[in-house]
Design a protein around this ligand. Structure first.
Ligand code: G3P
Ligand code: MG
Length: 511
């Protein structure tokens, strides 16, 4: 049967604003008024964009007094708070652990305080990346020789310190699209029925190593995954520059599942094609790309930008065709099912071994959008704007990623409670998650995202900025406009961040 996909409804309905249901606060132990601020650079009231309730604000210096540790921190009780850690610039600097990171994570694990890692990085399968992180951070207590004490070994218990259950990287949320193509949209997030999934559709993927990205997508469950190499190998004329490029891609190219529908017959490979007819839009005969995914930072920007803009201009995702409406002021009607483009993060910069921050995937997204703006009507909304409806940005600071992260954290917290069920009373098991401390180094992603996120559960995402990554305290000191997104606290490193939060919550911070 000639399935016609042209009428697939990719309509993304605008998200109704979710009411913020603030739950009454009560604390397991300690008293906020008794918290001393061990953080550096903390003696200011938060200002700037979207300040959160003042309960998490840094106290002015004169209000500080010495913290007193609670006399009996109940290890078996359920903390009403949790943590989300950025990786690059917080736990690791490139591949090297940042001092104090592993000790902080172990300490939280020891006290059953839930945490997730929430990174804009990607490019490896989650399970592989977690094993790598365990090794780098020395968290694999049983096999790495990092056993510190019998207590550490016992506290590892049935749940390891780090596993895929408490790990979210930039492309992890793509899996939500397997069975619901609108699964990451605010209107459908959290279990409402969506619009059919992408599991059996053809998707295009790219990234730092597109062949490896393809494998990850297949491990996720996508059944028909193509890469730019496949397209270039089958249609070398699509990218009319250095033919050596073809040999670069030859090793990883696979045959395309279907041929391209070459509208117009102007290509040498199809000189006598008949004029295009709408009845040609038949995905049982021709390749239709339902969605294109940028998993992490592409290496060959030129080829990828060419192919991605080709895909965006195609009729209903049939690569090789050209729909003039795609470039018009209005763009493609949403009901026509043009290919949606997903970027897994929009970090313009990130911290590397170079002394200045380097371009991230956000720079690539900006390049795609810049080329698109030169092709499309000047009246058309920018490609990366929500009004465009063609591209979806994920990763921090975007709300879809924070929604996904919060769901992951709540699931993980529940499993932690389950694992320690015999110790926790039913009252504490039902304790709402009141605060998530987002520890990050990048004000534009980690901090902006936490400050702007409006939790459906009323959870307060409290942003804490560290000085071991992208953020530059010297520039912050000399330029009042440098920090566009003010964190609730600025501290030296991840250890200080965790101590600040624990002291604020009245929990032991002796690590
Ligand atoms: O965008 C680059 C990425 O590696 C940053 O990762 O952990 O700082 O979110 P992270
Ligand atoms: Mg970072």
């Amino acid at each position: 049967m000639a399935a016609r996909r042209c009428l697939v409804d990719w309509l993304v309905t605008a998200a109704p604003s979710v009411p913020l249901r603030m739950k009454p606060r009560h604390f397991v132990a300690g008293d906020r008024r008794g918290i001393a601020i061990s953080a550096r650079n903390c003696a200011y009231s938060p200002v700037g964009t979207k300040s959160k309730p003042s309960s998490c604000a840094i106290r002015p210096q004169k209000q500080r007094r010495q913290f007193s540790a609670p006399t009996s921190p109940a290890q078996s009780s359920v903390p009403p708070f949790a943590f989300a850690f950025d990786i690059d610039g917080v736990l690791l600097h490139v591949s090297e652990p940042i001092p104090g990171a592993a000790a902080a994570l172990r300490h939280l694990h020891r006290y059953n305080i839930p945490f997730i890692l929430l990174t804009n990085g990607g490019g490896r399968y989650e399970a592989d990346r977690v094993v790598d992180l365990q090794r780098r951070l020395g968290l694999d207590l049983k096999s790495s020789g990092h056993i510190i004490s019998q207590h550490d070994l016992e506290s590892e218990g049935s749940l390891p310190v780090l596993s895929t259950a408490n790990f979210v990287q930039s492309h992890t949320p793509f899996q939500e699209l397997l069975d619901d193509a609108a699964g990451l949209d605010a209107a459908t997030a959290g279990g409402k029925e969506g619009s059919g999934g992408l599991r059996d559709e053809t998707i295009l993927v790219t990234g730092s190593d597109a062949a490896r990205i393809r494998t990850i997508a297949e491990q996720y469950g996508f059944s028909s995954v193509i890469t730019p190499a496949d397209i270039l190998a089958a249609y070398p004329a699509i990218y009319p520059f250095d033919p050596l490029l073809k040999s670069v891609y030859a090793d990883t190219a696979r045959p395309l599942p279907k041929p391209l529908l070459l509208e117009g017959g102007k290509l040498a490979s199809q000189p006598s094609a008949k004029p295009f007819s709408p009845s040609d839009l038949d995905d049982s005969k021709y390749l239709r790309i339902a969605a294109a995914f940028v998993f992490n930072d592409p290496r060959d920007w030129a080829l990828d930008i060419q192919i991605l803009t080709d895909v965006l201009q195609a009729r209903c995702g049939f690569l090789g065709t050209f729909d003039p409406a795609s470039l018009s002021a209005e763009g493609l009607p949403k009901s026509e099912g043009g290919t949606r483009l997903f970027f897994s993060n929009s970090d313009l910069l990130w911290a590397t071994t170079y002394h200045l921050p380097r371009f991230g995937q956000g720079a690539f997204a900006a390049a795609v959008a810049g080329v698109w703006s030169q092709l499309a009507s000047t009246e058309q909304p920018p490609l990366l704007s929500p009004q465009s409806g063609r591209a979806t940005l994920l990763g921090k600071p975007h709300a879809a990623t924070y929604r996904f992260a919060e769901r992951t954290l709540l699931r993980y917290r529940a499993s932690l409670l389950e694992a320690h069920g015999s110790k926790a009373s039913s009252a504490t098991k039902e304790a709402p998650l009141q605060t998530v401390y987002m520890i990050g180094d990048n004000p534009e992603s980690d901090i902006a995202g936490a400050n702007q996120f409006s939790s459906a559960h009323g959870t307060d995402w409290c942003s804490v900025l560290v000085e071991t990554g992208v953020y530059d305290p010297a520039r912050d000191g000399s330029n009042p406009d440098y920090l566009r997104h003010r964190p609730r606290a600025i501290v030296g490193d991840v250890g200080a961040a965790v101590r600040w939060a624990l002291q604020r919550e009245g929990w032991p911070a002796d690590f």
